[in-house]
Design a protein around this ligand. Structure first.
Ligand code: X2X
Length: 359
């Protein structure tokens, strides 16, 4: 009996000395993404998994699960699953975590970034600035370990009915939007008829004609051949959607500090790849730097001019003039005013200062 007690005590003492870093690693870590692997978002997430596997000599095996499989399609509840450990890693859109982390609505404020002289500079100023720090903190406070921002992209809209040059053209067009309240507010303010729906149901709904259109970054909708159902695309860049590389905090502390460093570095590199993919052939002011970067990692994509590509596959491409854009800006101003409060004045002001400093 005494022996057993002594042995049990030894066990307790020993386990106290075994740091969590020495806990056994899982055979597979599940990483959640919303779209398919063929999108820039998916390619960036896969690159992250590949880098981690290679650099850890196969010890850390991250598997990317596309099409919101891990969240059974419920993309706007996926943060709960990351927090409770059903999902280990994610490369997620700020939009999908915004119902649980209201600060993330910042990026979806209509024309907040694209109202600046250079929308990509504005986005970078926020993600790399004081506002980005506040957002990272908000994510961590809610129970996600934040690694870095990547990019889904600036969102454009497509539909099957007509060319959209003015808000009145949206009348009677059934637009699919993400199930996040700010999107419903924005599209209602513009006089459209928005329908909230998971991305995983959207292509079938376009095909069946239960919706007429959708809004997403080109590099997210083109690989799914949205042009087969939607003839019209309007480039209005009304909001830019970063992705976030995040980890469940318990999983994070189970890694040794060397492995944490390896993972964080791989996430930064994968994010840089995802950002370059989201911008190449779209950002008219990039001075060739996205192509240069993609060449340097040996990953130049096929399409280097998106307007030309979309025309080639039969779309009518509409680029709004500043005056035309202004009509959309005016109608969505009340939405911005309302949502500033939900997001938090301190954060919105920090973002405005970050953008002003980068101009
Ligand atoms: O649902 C969408 O539109 C998508 C794929 O862009 C997001 O997950 C936010």
């Amino acid at each position: 009996m005494k022996k057993i007690v002594v042995l049990a005590l030894m066990g307790v003492c020993l386990s106290a000395f075994v740091s969590p870093a020495l806990a056994a690693y899982k055979d597979e870590y599940k990483l959640d993404i919303v779209p398919s692997l063929s999108t820039g978002w998916g390619m960036g997430a896969q690159y992250f998994a590949d880098l981690v596997k290679e650099r850890s000599d196969g010890k850390i095996n991250i598997k990317v699960y596309p099409n919101s499989q891990l969240a059974t399609g419920k993309q706007t509840s996926a943060f709960m699953l990351l927090r409770n450990g059903a999902i280990d890693f994610a490369c997620q859109s700020t939009i999908n975590y915004s119902p649980q982390i209201p600060e993330l609505n910042l990026f979806a404020l209509p024309f907040f970034m694209s109202g600046q002289p250079d929308r990509y500079k504005a986005l970078d100023a926020i993600t790399n600035g004081k506002a980005g720090e506040l957002i990272a903190k908000a994510i961590e406070d809610k129970g996600g370990k934040f690694l870095c921002f990547g990019e889904n992209g600036f969102r454009e809209m497509t539909n099957s009915k007509k060319e959209i040059r003015a808000p009145k053209d949206l009348e009677g067009v059934k637009m699919r939007v993400v199930g996040s309240p700010l999107f419903l507010d924005t599209f209602k303010a513009l006089g459209s008829n928005p329908v909230a729906m998971p991305w995983s149901d959207t292509i079938a709904a376009l095909q069946q004609g239960t919706i007429d259109g959708q809004e997403n970054p080109i590099n997210t909708f083109y690989p799914l051949k949205v042009h087969e159902y939607n003839k019209y695309v309007t480039n209005w860049h009304y909001m830019g959607d970063p992705t976030m590389f995040v980890v469940n905090p318990k999983i994070w502390i189970s890694f040794s500090s060397e492995d944490q460093e390896l993972i964080a570095k791989a996430a930064k590199e994968a994010a840089a790849y995802q950002i370059a993919l989201a911008r190449i052939g779209i950002d008219e002011n990039d001075g060739g730097k996205n192509l240069e970067y993609l060449k340097s990692i040996g990953k130049v994509p096929d399409v280097l001019d998106w307007d030309a590509e979309l025309k080639k596959v039969g779309m009518v491409v509409t680029n709004l003039t500043p005056e035309e854009t202004q009509a959309f800006v005016e109608l969505t101003k009340p939405v911005v005013e309302t949502w500033r409060k939900t997001i938090g004045e301190e954060l919105v002001k920090a973002a405005e200062e970050d953008m002003a400093a980068a101009r």
